[in-house]
Design a protein around this ligand. Structure first.
Ligand SMILES: Cc1cc2nc3c(=O)[nH]c(=O)nc-3n(C[C@H](O)[C@H](O)[C@H](O)COP(=O)(O)OP(=O)(O)OC[C@H]3O[C@@H](n4cnc5c(N)ncnc54)[C@H](O)[C@@H]3O)c2cc1C
Length: 407
């Protein structure tokens, strides 16, 4: 371990060796959760306290992706919670899924990214758009963590505008030939399979399952990130890669297919980001009550109370938003614009809370002895990926006016 990291580095747990985190529930939202949902949350919280918070600071300081966590996520049921148990998933409702993401991101956004990508961006498209054979071949192994996947949509020249992607495949009779490249792909350097979005000869977008080991397929790692340092990010490069025809996802094509996956992942981010925010709030409140300046706890100063009050207000509003959105997801009524609103709002709120919590911790807030700065840097990625803050604003603008302002 690095010299400035002790066991229990997250959650205001400085030097105590234990993560005592408890979440705020100012509007008694627990009354709206079922016993099963509360049990799932407490199991995930215990898992995070045992498997993530004691080590995460060290992993991030050293930019290590802890590969062993994949199997552990599989065992606890963090992968594909809403996928039916027939295929190894949890068969759970969307509020349970949200709670799982909330607890993991309370530990670290990079860890939540690993789980989100696997569940929403790899298992979900195979489940929704795959053949029965593909589902049986991949889903159980992805669910139990035997396999890790990644999702390749973004390209060097096409980020906010994925419709323009140029990665392409050509029908060669008994196989497809895939060419192009993807950038900023979470899990890419260690993934066993990639869900790759590419255009056919008619320039229509399709999903392909690309397995590691195929000739011409490489996954160089992206180094030098100051954010999501415990998550592994890289490129996907395809140089005349022969793809078996049975690896095409046949049920849905067009840009709508990857966008549906993104709806599911963005929903998880709406919950996850508030997990990070709650960790920052918990740590800031604890620190403010313990830190003495001018012979008083800094919590007794009005300006500190203002920060804490505003944090709790925004967390409570976001919790209500998440619960209702989860309810709509379970009724299959949630719209893309509703999901955009929640992703955009909650990540922005979480980032602001992290910044305010950092101020409350004074100089200590920049160190790895507290989780704050790590959350803050992580959230700078979360506010950009899966649709930037401004792109979600434009999605809402389109919903309100009926006029797309993207181009
Ligand atoms: C750590 C990390 C992990 C990621 N993981 C994945 C992954 O697993 N899979 C994947 O496919 N992608 C992934 N991404 C990519 C991510 O989704 C993109 O970074 C994101 O969509 C933005 O694209 P871009 O970075 O190319 O920015 P750009 O699209 O170049 O945008 C730059 C700026 O211009 C603004 N902008 C762009 N268009 C408009 C417009 N029409 N109107 C107003 N403003 C506009 C944007 O809001 C932004 O502020 C990841 C990114 C990061 C940072």
């Amino acid at each position: 371990m690095s010299s400035n990291t002790l066991q229990g580095g997250g959650s205001g747990a400085k030097y105590t060796g234990k993560d005592h985190y408890e979440s705020p529930d100012f509007y008694q939202l627990d009354d709206l959760l079922t016993d099963e949902q509360k049990l799932i949350r407490s199991s995930m919280r215990a898992f995070v306290k045992q498997e993530i918070t004691p080590f995460i600071e060290d992993w991030c300081q050293q930019a290590i992706f802890p590969e062993h966590i994949v199997k552990k996520f599989g065992e606890i049921g963090a992968f594909g919670p809403t996928i039916p148990s027939l295929y190894g998933g949890g068969g759970l409702d969307y509020i349970s899924y949200g709670l799982i993401m909330q607890e993991i991101e309370r530990g670290d956004s990079g860890m939540r990214s690993t789980a989100s990508v696997q569940g929403s961006l790899v298992m979900y498209p195979i489940f929704m758009f795959g053949t029965e054979e593909q589902k049986r071949k991949y889903l159980p192994k992805l669910a139990n963590g035997e396999m890790l996947g990644c999702f390749g949509l973004t390209e060097p020249d096409h980020g906010s505008n994925p419709a323009g992607l140029t990665t392409n495949f050509r029908d060669q009779g008994d196989h497809y030939l895939l060419n192009g490249s993807k950038m900023w792909i979470s899990n890419a350097p260690v993934a066993d399979i990639a869900i790759v979005w590419a255009k056919d000869e008619d320039r229509r977008i399709h999903g392909l399952i690309v397995e590691r080991g195929l000739e011409g397929f490489t996954t160089p790692e992206t180094h030098g990130k100051w954010s999501l340092r415990a998550s592994c990010t890289g490129e996907l490069v395809f140089d005349n890669v022969k793809i078996p025809k049975e690896n095409l996802l046949p049920v849905k094509s067009g840009l709508g297919a990857p966008l549906l996956c993104l709806d599911s992942a963005r929903y998880g981010i709406a919950w996850g980001s508030i997990g990070a925010a709650m960790d920052c709030y918990y740590s800031a409140r604890k620190y403010a009550l313990e830190r003495i300046q001018f012979e008083k706890p800094i919590a007794s100063f009005q300006l500190i109370q203002k920060k804490l009050s505003e944090m709790l207000t925004e967390i409570t509003k976001a919790q209500l938003l998440n619960w209702r959105l989860g309810d709509l997801m379970d009724q299959q009524k949630a719209t893309t614009a509703q999901i955009s609103l929640a992703k955009r709002n909650n990540v922005a709120v979480a980032l602001e809370i992290a910044r305010e919590a950092r101020q409350i911790h004074g100089g200590m807030g920049i160190t790895g002895d507290y989780s704050i700065m790590r959350h803050m840097m992580n959230l700078e990625s979360v506010i950009t990926y899966e649709g930037t803050h401004d792109i979600h604003l434009l999605i809402l603008g389109n919903e309100i006016t009926g006029i797309p302002a993207f181009n």
